[in-house]
Design a protein around this ligand. Structure first.
Ligand code: SAM
Length: 292
């Protein structure tokens, strides 16, 4: 039996460090039209997907990111019917979204069909319930094109993208956010994966700066995802409804009960509200991000 392979996360090479993960087995590896994709079995984190040397999802900690990117905007909005997911290849976000029975339609716009195809085989825990749900619609397209052209309108937009490299780069542009704003209904909210502030501070401040040019409220909330190394991960927040992120625990708990109090492993009404209370070093970066 040859030596086990170690796979490097090269996202922070320019900062002079790498995470490296031992692969019990490499389950799937390919160069798609858009990116390098590798899925492997890790002794602790279970299945791990990497795209272009960046960890996307692991079986062990996916629930943190997927629940916080989904339940926070949907419960904050309170009456979401139409949800747009940009990216989201593995369908983990769609799976959480469809737990909200009040949501009438979920549209996922993914640029790389092979990521969804591969997820059907390797992440059935996400794809099986999603693809069986009539409310789900998959569109293979560049998110930038879709938001610039679609006639549809949405209450919540969840940008579950890769990092600002390769095909994901355009999803951090002002043009893309303007396209999202164009297809948002009155009072709608958009959330984005906005990196890890301790390492990706510029990404955070640049993103919020762009939000503040287009929306009345540009901010972020945080959660700690073990394999998105660096402590807090920031989730960008953009809306014209400045009251949404100020909803009380009581209000959010009431909406959760009305939604049937479905099972969660990270998100709670208290965690929801607390996620907007930013540590000072992040709050100071956010405060400086583009003045309205
Ligand atoms: N949660 C992960 C993260 O935070 O790094 C992201 C997961 S998901 C796998 C990211 C998806 O975004 C990938 O499937 C990728 O193909 C898709 N994607 C990248 N650029 C895109 C674009 N311009 N339009 C639509 N989807 C895109």
């Amino acid at each position: 039996m040859g030596a086990k392979r170690w796979l490097n996360e090269t996202l922070f090479d320019d900062l002079g460090f790498r995470m490296t993960y031992q692969a019990e087995r490499v389950l799937y590896e390919t160069q798609t039209e858009h990116q390098h994709l590798v899925l492997f079995e890790h002794p602790f984190f279970g299945k791990m997907l990497m795209l272009d040397g960046a960890t996307q999802v692991t079986s062990k900690d996916e629930f943190v990111y997927h629940e916080m990117m989904t339940h926070v905007p949907i419960f904050a909005h309170g009456r979401a019917r139409d949800v747009l997911i940009v990216g989201g290849g593995d369908c983990g976000i769609a799976e959480e979204t469809l737990k909200h029975k009040s949501v009438a339609r979920v549209t996922q716009v993914e640029i790389d069909a092979s990521v969804v195809e591969f997820a059907k085989e390797h992440f059935p825990e996400f794809t099986a319930p999603v693809l069986a749900d009539k409310r789900f619609e998959l569109v293979i397209d560049d998110g930038m094109n879709y938001v610039a052209r679609t006639g549809r309108r949405f209450d919540v937009i969840i940008v579950d993208s890769t990092d600002p490299q390769g095909p994901g780069k355009v999803l951090f542009s002002e043009e893309f956010y303007a396209g999202c704003r164009r297809c948002m209904r009155k009072g709608a909210v958009m959330v984005t994966q906005n990196g890890v502030p301790i390492f990706q501070a510029d990404e955070l401040t640049a993103g919020i700066g762009k939000f503040r040019k287009l929306f009345a409220d540009g901010a972020c909330y945080v959660a700690a995802i073990p394999t998105y190394v660096g402590g807090h991960m920031a989730m960008g927040w953009a809306t014209d409804n400045t009251a949404l992120r100020k909803a009380s625990v009581r209000t959010i708990a009431g909406r959760y009960r009305k939604a049937g109090s479905f099972a969660t492993k990270y998100w709670t009404p208290e965690v929801h509200v607390a996620a907007f209370a930013l540590p000072r070093f992040i709050a100071e970066k956010v405060a400086k991000a583009g003045k309205r």
